[in-house]
Design a protein around this ligand. Structure first.
Ligand SMILES: Cc1cc2nc3c(=O)[nH]c(=O)nc-3n(C[C@H](O)[C@H](O)[C@H](O)COP(=O)(O)OP(=O)(O)OC[C@H]3O[C@@H](n4cnc5c(N)ncnc54)[C@H](O)[C@@H]3O)c2cc1C
Length: 79
């Protein structure tokens, strides 16, 4: 999805629909993955001894900036 959206941008095409889908799906998948990683490492994953808790916080932001999870479906539906 990301490659398609970026390829369309390279071609000068309107990629708002594809970019929005890639952003929504990618942000949610990244959050699922980092949540799983933290769960696997459990208590250690939650501490600052490992970088996982930072990834967890940073990935969470992807569901907020550049269009929240709630706003992206509006863009996808509109386009
Ligand atoms: C660390 C950080 C860095 C940032 N960097 C930038 C930056 O570089 N450039 C920039 O421009 N902005 C930046 N932002 C701002 C970011 O884009 C906004 O936080 C984001 O757009 C959400 O706006 P808001 O926080 O005002 O939430 P609000 O708009 O108040 O939304 C609150 C909640 O209501 C939901 N909501 C709002 N409207 C609707 C609707 N119509 N239908 C359904 N649900 C709705 C939202 O999805 C959200 O869950 C940054 C934010 C953070 C936290």
């Amino acid at each position: 999805m990301t490659y398609r959206a970026t390829w369309m941008a390279d071609q000068g095409m309107d990629n708002r629909h594809q970019a929005s889908m890639a952003k929504l799906y990618g942000a949610n998948m990244a959050n699922r993955v980092v949540d799983r990683v933290l769960q696997i490492h459990a208590g250690m994953g939650y501490t600052k001894d490992l970088p996982i808790e930072r990834w967890y916080r940073e990935m969470r932001l992807f569901r907020i900036f550049d269009g929240t999870d709630e706003i992206q479906p509006h863009i996808i539906a509109r386009t």
